[in-house]
Design a protein around this ligand. Structure first.
Ligand code: B12
Length: 134
Protein backbone atom coordinates (compact mmCIF):
# COMPACT_ATOMS: atom_id res chain seq x y z
CA UNK A 1 0.00 0.00 0.00
CA UNK A 2 1.17 3.52 -0.76
CA UNK A 3 1.84 4.66 2.80
CA UNK A 4 3.13 1.42 4.28
CA UNK A 5 6.88 0.99 4.74
CA UNK A 6 6.82 -2.41 6.52
CA UNK A 7 8.46 -5.15 4.48
CA UNK A 8 8.64 -8.40 6.51
CA UNK A 9 4.88 -8.92 6.20
CA UNK A 10 5.43 -8.91 2.43
CA UNK A 11 8.34 -11.35 2.58
CA UNK A 12 6.30 -13.64 4.84
CA UNK A 13 3.35 -13.57 2.43
CA UNK A 14 5.53 -14.15 -0.61
CA UNK A 15 7.10 -17.27 0.96
CA UNK A 16 3.71 -18.55 2.12
CA UNK A 17 2.04 -18.07 -1.27
CA UNK A 18 5.00 -19.60 -3.11
CA UNK A 19 4.79 -22.59 -0.78
CA UNK A 20 1.18 -22.99 -1.93
CA UNK A 21 2.41 -23.35 -5.52
CA UNK A 22 1.91 -19.87 -6.98
CA UNK A 23 4.44 -17.68 -8.74
CA UNK A 24 4.63 -14.37 -6.84
CA UNK A 25 5.53 -10.88 -7.98
CA UNK A 26 6.23 -8.92 -4.80
CA UNK A 27 5.86 -5.22 -5.62
CA UNK A 28 7.37 -4.29 -2.24
CA UNK A 29 6.46 -1.52 0.20
CA UNK A 30 5.04 2.00 -0.43
CA UNK A 31 3.58 1.13 -3.83
CA UNK A 32 1.70 4.14 -5.30
CA UNK A 33 -1.84 3.32 -6.51
CA UNK A 34 -0.97 4.18 -10.12
CA UNK A 35 1.94 1.75 -10.10
CA UNK A 36 -0.19 -1.00 -8.56
CA UNK A 37 -2.85 -0.59 -11.23
CA UNK A 38 -0.29 -0.41 -14.04
CA UNK A 39 1.48 -3.58 -12.84
CA UNK A 40 -1.82 -5.46 -12.60
CA UNK A 41 -2.87 -4.36 -16.08
CA UNK A 42 0.50 -5.37 -17.53
CA UNK A 43 0.97 -8.69 -15.71
CA UNK A 44 -2.63 -9.96 -15.56
CA UNK A 45 -2.27 -11.84 -12.26
CA UNK A 46 -4.71 -14.56 -11.16
CA UNK A 47 -4.93 -12.86 -7.76
CA UNK A 48 -3.88 -9.62 -6.04
CA UNK A 49 -2.94 -9.88 -2.35
CA UNK A 50 -2.63 -6.63 -0.41
CA UNK A 51 -1.02 -6.36 3.01
CA UNK A 52 -1.07 -3.42 5.38
CA UNK A 53 0.20 -3.27 8.95
CA UNK A 54 0.86 0.41 9.67
CA UNK A 55 -2.71 1.24 10.72
CA UNK A 56 -3.92 2.83 7.46
CA UNK A 57 -5.08 -0.41 5.85
CA UNK A 58 -8.79 0.22 6.16
CA UNK A 59 -8.65 3.70 4.58
CA UNK A 60 -6.08 2.80 1.93
CA UNK A 61 -7.82 -0.48 1.20
CA UNK A 62 -11.09 1.34 0.46
CA UNK A 63 -9.36 3.84 -1.81
CA UNK A 64 -7.45 1.17 -3.75
CA UNK A 65 -10.31 -1.29 -4.18
CA UNK A 66 -12.57 1.50 -5.50
CA UNK A 67 -9.92 2.36 -8.09
CA UNK A 68 -9.46 -1.27 -9.07
CA UNK A 69 -13.20 -1.91 -9.38
CA UNK A 70 -13.65 1.29 -11.45
CA UNK A 71 -11.02 0.13 -13.95
CA UNK A 72 -12.51 -1.83 -16.85
CA UNK A 73 -9.48 -4.17 -17.06
CA UNK A 74 -9.29 -4.89 -13.34
CA UNK A 75 -12.91 -4.86 -12.19
CA UNK A 76 -13.04 -8.68 -12.12
CA UNK A 77 -9.59 -9.37 -10.62
CA UNK A 78 -9.82 -11.36 -7.35
CA UNK A 79 -8.38 -9.10 -4.62
CA UNK A 80 -7.65 -10.00 -0.98
CA UNK A 81 -6.41 -7.80 1.84
CA UNK A 82 -5.02 -8.62 5.27
CA UNK A 83 -2.74 -7.55 8.08
CA UNK A 84 -3.23 -5.04 10.88
CA UNK A 85 -5.82 -2.97 9.07
CA UNK A 86 -6.67 -0.54 11.87
CA UNK A 87 -4.68 1.17 14.57
CA UNK A 88 -5.42 -1.50 17.14
CA UNK A 89 -4.52 -4.54 15.05
CA UNK A 90 -7.85 -6.34 14.40
CA UNK A 91 -10.56 -4.49 12.51
CA UNK A 92 -14.19 -3.90 13.50
CA UNK A 93 -16.92 -5.96 11.85
CA UNK A 94 -18.33 -2.75 10.31
CA UNK A 95 -15.04 -1.85 8.64
CA UNK A 96 -14.58 -5.39 7.32
CA UNK A 97 -18.12 -5.34 5.90
CA UNK A 98 -17.39 -1.98 4.26
CA UNK A 99 -14.23 -3.33 2.62
CA UNK A 100 -16.15 -6.34 1.32
CA UNK A 101 -18.99 -4.12 0.05
CA UNK A 102 -16.47 -1.94 -1.77
CA UNK A 103 -15.24 -4.96 -3.71
CA UNK A 104 -12.67 -7.05 -1.81
CA UNK A 105 -13.21 -10.78 -2.29
CA UNK A 106 -11.89 -11.49 1.21
CA UNK A 107 -10.54 -9.54 4.19
CA UNK A 108 -8.21 -11.14 6.77
CA UNK A 109 -7.79 -9.08 9.88
CA UNK A 110 -5.12 -9.84 12.42
CA UNK A 111 -6.52 -12.90 14.17
CA UNK A 112 -4.74 -16.24 14.65
CA UNK A 113 -7.24 -18.02 12.37
CA UNK A 114 -6.60 -15.49 9.56
CA UNK A 115 -3.61 -17.30 8.07
CA UNK A 116 -5.42 -20.68 8.12
CA UNK A 117 -8.42 -19.13 6.35
CA UNK A 118 -6.11 -17.46 3.81
CA UNK A 119 -4.17 -20.66 3.01
CA UNK A 120 -7.47 -22.58 2.74
CA UNK A 121 -8.79 -20.08 0.21
CA UNK A 122 -5.59 -20.13 -1.86
CA UNK A 123 -5.56 -23.92 -1.77
CA UNK A 124 -9.06 -23.98 -3.26
CA UNK A 125 -8.02 -21.43 -5.91
CA UNK A 126 -4.98 -23.47 -6.93
CA UNK A 127 -7.07 -26.67 -7.15
CA UNK A 128 -9.58 -24.86 -9.36
CA UNK A 129 -6.79 -23.55 -11.59
CA UNK A 130 -5.21 -27.00 -11.90
CA UNK A 131 -8.64 -28.39 -12.80
CA UNK A 132 -9.20 -25.70 -15.48
CA UNK A 133 -5.79 -26.44 -17.03
CA UNK A 134 -6.51 -30.16 -17.31
C1 B12 B 1 9.71 -3.59 12.31
C2 B12 B 1 8.59 -2.58 12.50
C3 B12 B 1 8.72 -1.35 11.87
C4 B12 B 1 9.89 -0.98 10.98
C5 B12 B 1 9.66 -1.65 9.58
C6 B12 B 1 10.96 -2.02 8.91
C7 B12 B 1 10.74 -2.94 7.74
N1 B12 B 1 11.70 -2.94 6.84
O1 B12 B 1 9.75 -3.64 7.64
C8 B12 B 1 9.80 0.59 10.94
C9 B12 B 1 10.68 1.17 12.03
C10 B12 B 1 10.15 1.25 9.60
C11 B12 B 1 8.33 0.81 11.33
C12 B12 B 1 7.67 2.00 11.09
C13 B12 B 1 6.37 2.26 11.54
N2 B12 B 1 5.59 1.46 12.28
CO1 B12 B 1 6.06 -0.38 12.68
N3 B12 B 1 6.46 -2.02 13.42
C14 B12 B 1 7.44 -2.91 13.30
C15 B12 B 1 7.22 -4.15 14.18
C16 B12 B 1 8.14 -4.01 15.40
C17 B12 B 1 7.47 -5.50 13.53
C18 B12 B 1 6.76 -5.72 12.18
C19 B12 B 1 7.26 -6.98 11.52
O2 B12 B 1 8.23 -6.94 10.75
N4 B12 B 1 6.63 -8.13 11.83
C20 B12 B 1 6.97 -9.42 11.23
C21 B12 B 1 6.01 -9.73 10.05
C22 B12 B 1 6.40 -11.07 9.43
O3 B12 B 1 4.72 -9.91 10.61
P1 B12 B 1 3.56 -8.79 10.59
O4 B12 B 1 3.99 -7.54 9.94
O5 B12 B 1 3.05 -8.70 11.99
O6 B12 B 1 2.47 -9.48 9.66
C23 B12 B 1 1.77 -10.62 10.16
C24 B12 B 1 0.27 -10.43 10.19
O7 B12 B 1 -0.15 -9.07 10.28
C25 B12 B 1 -0.21 -11.15 8.97
N5 B12 B 1 -0.42 -10.39 7.74
C26 B12 B 1 0.17 -9.24 7.33
N6 B12 B 1 -0.29 -8.90 6.14
C27 B12 B 1 -1.19 -9.86 5.75
C28 B12 B 1 -1.94 -10.01 4.57
C29 B12 B 1 -2.78 -11.13 4.44
C30 B12 B 1 -3.56 -11.31 3.18
C31 B12 B 1 -2.86 -12.07 5.51
C32 B12 B 1 -3.74 -13.26 5.38
C33 B12 B 1 -2.12 -11.90 6.67
C34 B12 B 1 -1.29 -10.82 6.77
O8 B12 B 1 0.74 -12.14 8.69
C35 B12 B 1 2.03 -11.75 9.17
C36 B12 B 1 2.68 -12.94 9.86
O9 B12 B 1 1.91 -13.40 10.94
C37 B12 B 1 5.69 -4.01 14.55
C38 B12 B 1 5.32 -4.48 15.97
C39 B12 B 1 5.29 -5.96 16.09
N7 B12 B 1 5.98 -6.49 17.06
O10 B12 B 1 4.63 -6.63 15.27
C40 B12 B 1 5.45 -2.51 14.40
C41 B12 B 1 4.08 -1.96 13.96
C42 B12 B 1 3.57 -2.80 12.79
N8 B12 B 1 4.37 -0.62 13.50
C43 B12 B 1 3.46 0.20 13.83
C44 B12 B 1 3.48 1.59 13.52
C45 B12 B 1 2.34 2.44 14.09
C46 B12 B 1 4.50 2.15 12.76
C47 B12 B 1 4.65 3.62 12.37
C48 B12 B 1 3.37 4.34 11.95
C49 B12 B 1 5.33 4.31 13.56
C50 B12 B 1 5.47 5.82 13.42
N9 B12 B 1 4.66 6.55 14.18
O11 B12 B 1 6.26 6.27 12.63
C51 B12 B 1 5.67 3.54 11.22
C52 B12 B 1 4.95 3.41 9.86
C53 B12 B 1 5.84 3.72 8.72
C54 B12 B 1 5.11 3.53 7.43
N10 B12 B 1 5.19 4.54 6.55
O12 B12 B 1 4.47 2.53 7.21
C55 B12 B 1 2.31 -0.46 14.59
C56 B12 B 1 1.04 -0.63 13.74
C57 B12 B 1 -0.21 -0.45 14.61
C58 B12 B 1 -1.44 -1.14 14.09
N11 B12 B 1 -1.62 -1.36 12.80
O13 B12 B 1 -2.27 -1.48 14.87
C59 B12 B 1 2.98 -1.79 15.09
C60 B12 B 1 2.02 -2.98 15.25
C61 B12 B 1 3.64 -1.44 16.46
C62 B12 B 1 2.61 -1.15 17.54
N12 B12 B 1 2.28 -2.11 18.37
O14 B12 B 1 2.12 -0.05 17.62
N13 B12 B 1 7.84 -0.27 11.94
Amino acid sequence: MASDAHTWNLVFLQLLIEELGFEVVNLGATVPDEMLLAECRERGPVLLVLSSVNGHGYHEGLRVIRRLRADADLAGLPVLIGGKLGITGGESAEHIAELLDAGFDAVFDDRPEGIAAFTGLLGRLSERQAHELR
